[in-house]
Write a protein that binds this ligand. Structure first.
Ligand code: ADP
Length: 379
């Protein structure tokens, strides 16, 4: 497999660029806009929305295998291509149970994996009776197309829930789930090869603000048993899906030490960006290895710890933030990854910075994350 077609041209595809060069693989990207990050690293680009399956047919003609940077595709239409022999990795069957958050929760529950209590809602009728087993706050989620906290709402009472649900044109598109007062949020990146080999990265702690990932600390400060629970979840899930490629798994660690699954991403994931600088094999190289049918690489850390901070937009601007990037890059063992987006908007992921540490100390790691953020965000 020499030419990999990637559906989506954002930063996740852009970060495959270096790995592709290293492996001697060519990337062909399907993305809507010339200014999307991965256009600069692709050998060839087809310009179209990522759910435009007609264009994916052209992508397929230019590629040996097709993979995903973004899963919001038209699976029904892509199935026709798969039936004609186009090779998708992961296979489409591994995506079908995941794209709708309600279906995903059902799939995980049916596999026996621990998930928060959940319920699909199809309207405001009998809402109070339906959610009588839930205590407020509850979490309301759009079933489809939610990302970076868009479409996730923490709801404090029944009146607010009714209000949120009533104006919706199609109320069947929501999921209600119990609010988990987690001790910490965790994530794990796992990869599965064409031969069914699974490798798992160190479990990390992710820190969200307003439902958006701000920082990642690798490894997470958890017990061996908790790490093993996360790894077991990853094994069960990837094997059950017969997934090929990298998957990101978001988890909650409850206050009594239990691990619950929050969400599965069938692709490389923000919580794995630390692996570019901190691991023997980055998640991006790992993903390309898996989809190209190569043996998987070693996922272990080559340092004691790593701290990754997302550089999120905080204003509307076309600045390239040179001075802040230089200050961040001047920190010992720091690497700044700048995605080259031409416009900044509040909340937009513009880049990230990873700093390696030679000691295992959560306090130092959290303090460092604060320092990095103070250099990025205006005070
Ligand atoms: P998205 O797909 O938009 O990233 P998630 O389902 O991952 O949405 O939710 C984003 C964040 O919202 C989570 O990282 C967590 O901080 C919070 N969250 C989501 N579900 C729950 C829940 N059931 N209990 C508590 N917090 C939650």
């Amino acid at each position: 497999m020499k030419r990999v077609g990637v559906i989506g041209g954002g930063q996740l595809a852009w970060m495959m660029g270096d790995a592709a060069k290293k492996l001697g693989v060519e990337l062909v990207v399907q993305t809507p806009s010339k200014s999307d990050p991965a256009v600069s690293i692709a050998q060839d680009t087809v310009f179209a929305a990522i759910d435009d399956a007609k264009t994916t047919e052209i992508l397929a003609q230019k590629s040996d295998v097709i993979t995903f940077e973004n899963e919001f595709v038209d699976l029904e239409a892509l199935s026709l291509l798969a039936n004609q022999g186009v090779c998708f990795r992961p296979r489409l069957e591994a995506l079908f149970p995941l794209l709708d958050k309600y279906h995903q929760r059902c799939y995980l529950r049916d596999l026996g994996l621990p998930v928060p209590q959940f319920l699909a809602v199809d309207g405001v009728e009998n809402l109070a009776a339906k959610i009588e087993h839930f205590r407020f706050p509850v979490v309301l989620k759009s079933r489809r197309h939610g990302y970076d906290g868009q479409g996730t709402f923490i709801i404090q009472d029944l009146a607010s829930l009714q209000q949120k649900l009533s104006p919706a044109a199609n109320q069947s598109q929501f999921l209600i789930e119990e609010f988990i007062p987690f001790a910490r949020e965790l994530a794990v990146i796992a990869a599965r090869s064409v031969n069914g080999e699974v490798v798992i990265y160190p479990v990390v702690e992710t820190q969200q603000e307003q439902q958006v990932c701000r920082r990642v600390i690798a490894p997470a400060d958890i017990t061996l048993n908790q790490a093993e629970q996360c790894e077991a979840i990853a094994h069960t899930l990837l094997n059950s899906l017969q997934a090929v490629g990298v998957f990101g798994i978001e988890l909650f660690l409850t206050q009594d030490g239990k691990v619950l699954v929050n969400e599965i991403a069938p692709r490389t994931h923000n919580s794995g960006h630390f692996s570019i600088d901190a691991c023997q094999t980055s998640q991006f190289e790992q993903h390309l290895r898996a989809v190209c049918g190569l043996p998987l690489g070693n996922p272990t850390l080559h340092c004691q710890m790593a701290v990754m901070v997302n550089l999120l937009g905080y204003e509307n601007s076309d600045s390239d933030y040179q001075s802040q990037r230089q200050q961040l890059a001047a920190i010992d063992q720091a690497t700044v990854h700048w995605y080259g987006k031409t416009e900044s908007r509040p909340g937009r992921k513009l880049g990230h910075v990873t700093v390696l540490l030679n000691e295992t100390n959560q306090k130092t790691a959290n303090h460092l994350a604060q320092t990095l953020e103070s250099l990025w965000y205006p005070s």
